[in-house]
Ligand binder design. Structure first.
Ligand code: PMP
Length: 396
């Protein structure tokens, strides 16, 4: 049988992360993984979530019914308050609840992209976003940048050259680079977006995991006073638990209207049961205190990883200290190809994600992404010992 699949299936790629997760699973449970983007289960508010679900069930059977497409209004009200504290003004009616922020990326792509349209992204950037863009047969073009964000000159050049449908960015504690854009670069991006009449998709799942309280990072959406240019998405996956699959999106009214309309076609609505449970959780538990605890702990995890790297020769490895989020991005000696080394690394009982798959063009083979949230600080230490032993051996 020859299946007559849609042309767009030719654009589908398997995710490097999923492939590596499969390899790790085959190796057994002794592998210490810095590969995925998982939070540390030990910090999950397990009991509080259990109680929240009990409360939902005590409230009757309504939560088991179909709900409205944009989601449970009391939760949208709480999110409206939370984004206000970041300087983003979005009324509850202007917030669409989604099945994780990944669905927001997908729905936005669906309403924006026709075959051969262009999306500009950072290079490297978040893999699953690229998967979504390409699944709608768009072309993804990388904009060069540095530790402070996209280079405005290259951005302007590519805006002129490609007339992209939108620019996708993760400006606060990005995945994979763990970097945070400077205020200046954020403003420069927004100015160019206005000038070239191009939307910005600002993806901010990590913004709350901020290690240094005294620093402020203004979301680009908060700078968009005209509220015309930025579509902003957030998530509870990193701050509560990923399995609730609750994210949200806000942005210009016509964008939200189309996204809500097409969400009906995608899944009618996201789970009212989970949304109500999260609502109870947020009213009963001090989420900000929980996030402060997480942040403090993850800073410890990151420090253990970083302290280990500091003991190594600067020629072997270099990185910028993450100021939040879940990832440390490293450059290793140029003679090391991190993709080729991975199979051997697994034999040492440790795993990472090579940097190459995150690039939309010109992959740098001597880069890697290390996640510091999934393992305990003790395990991180052991994992880092294994990792450096493998790197040193590969240099011989
Ligand atoms: N955006 C970025 C940058 C991410 O790293 C992730 C998760 N790894 C997501 C979006 C999707 O998260 P979720 O769907 O769980 O909200």
């Amino acid at each position: 049988m020859s299946y007559r699949f849609a042309d767009r299936t030719k654009m589908f790629k398997t995710s490097a992360i999923r492939e590596i997760a499969g390899m790790i699973q085959k190796k057994g449970s002794d592998v210490i993984s810095f590969a995925g983007g998982n939070p540390f289960e030990h910090y999950f508010p397990h009991e509080e979530i259990k109680r929240a679900f009990e409360k939902v069930f005590e409230s009757g059977k309504g939560s088991l019914q179909y709900g409205m497409t944009p989601g449970f209004m009391p939760l949208r009200e709480l999110i409206s308050e939370r984004v206000k504290s970041k300087g983003i003004s979005a009324k509850p009616e202007e917030i669409l609840l989604t099945t994780g922020s990944q669905q927001a990326i997908d729905l936005f792509s669906r309403i924006m992209l026709s075959p051969n349209d262009v999306v500009l992204t950072e290079n490297p950037t978040f893999l699953a976003a690229v998967q979504a863009f390409e699944s709608y047969e768009a072309k993804v073009v990388g904009v060069s940048g540095d530790k402070d964000g996209m280079d405005p000159e290259d951005l302007e050049k590519k805006l002129k050259q490609h007339q992209p449908k939108f620019i996708y960015v993760v400006p606060t504690f990005s995945n994979p680079e763990g970097k945070v854009w400077s205020e200046e670069r954020r403003r420069a991006l927004l100015e160019l977006a206005y000038k070239y009449n191009t939307l910005v998709l600002e993806d901010d799942p990590y913004g709350d995991i901020q290690f240094h309280e005294e620093e402020t990072y203004t979301p680009i959406a908060a700078m968009d006073e005209q509220k015309s240019q930025v579509v902003y998405t957030g998530s509870f996956s990193k701050t509560v638990v990923p399995s609730l699959r609750i994210g949200w999106v806000t942005g210009p009214a016509p964008v939200l209207a189309y996204m809500s309309q097409i969400k009906e076609a995608a899944d009618l609505m996201s789970s009212p049961l989970n949304q109500q449970a999260l609502y109870y959780l947020m009213t009963e538990m001090d989420l900000d205190a929980h996030i402060r605890m997480l942040t403090k702990q993850y800073y410890q995890h990151m420090s253990v990883m970083q302290d280990y790297l500091k003991t190594l020769d600067g020629d072997l490895v270099s990185w910028n200290e993450p100021k939040g989020g879940m990832f440390l991005w490293a450059n290793v000696h140029e003679s090391i190809n991190t993709t080729e080394l991975l199979a051997k690394i697994l034999d040492h009982g440790v795993a990472y994600i090579p940097g190459a798959p995150f690039y939309v063009e010109n992959p740098q083979q001597n880069t890697l992404r290390l996640n510091f949230t999934h393992s305990s600080p003790e395990k991180i230490k052991i994992g880092m010992e294994r990792l450096t032993a493998a790197f040193l051996q590969s240099l011989k």
